[in-house]
Design a protein around this ligand. Structure first.
Ligand SMILES: [Zn+2]
Length: 127
């Protein structure tokens, strides 16, 4: 799963919906792979306003990426600054979690990631 997807995922446990601790999910024992994908600057520019930047910063740090700037770059910044563009592209598009877990900071539930797919099915007592 792409790091981008993590920005749109919350814990599936009902009681966690109202807790700010359930987002973002925290990667654990994550095995990362890098895919080479052609940079699409326009896609990133369109994507930026939809991202939760704080959550993305948390995820990047937890995965061992260099810290992101405190504010998301503007479209102009992104188009003028090739390094920032490439770094973001690499983090969001090219990096995948192949194996590991995603852990909810509220209930502690661990969602397994296998072969790049996160399993969001809950055991019956949590549904
Ligand atoms: Zn939870």
């Amino acid at each position: 799963m792409k790091i981008l997807s993590l920005n749109f995922l919350t814990c599936a446990v009902k009681a966690c919906k109202s807790s700010s601790d359930s987002y973002p999910l925290h990667p654990k024992d994550a095995e990362l792979v890098q895919d080479e994908i052609e940079v699409n600057a326009q896609l990133l520019v369109n994507l930026l306003p939809r991202l939760d930047w704080t959550a993305l910063s948390t995820t990047a740090t937890e995965l061992g990426f260099p810290a992101l700037p405190p504010q998301p770059p503007s479209a102009e910044d992104l188009q003028a600054d090739d390094k920032t563009l490439r770094d973001l592209h690499n983090l969001l598009m090219e990096t995948q979690i192949m194996e590991g877990k995603l852990v909810c900071g509220n209930c502690g539930h661990e969602y397994a990631v296998r072969e790049g797919i996160a399993n969001f099915l809950l055991p019956s007592h949590l549904v």
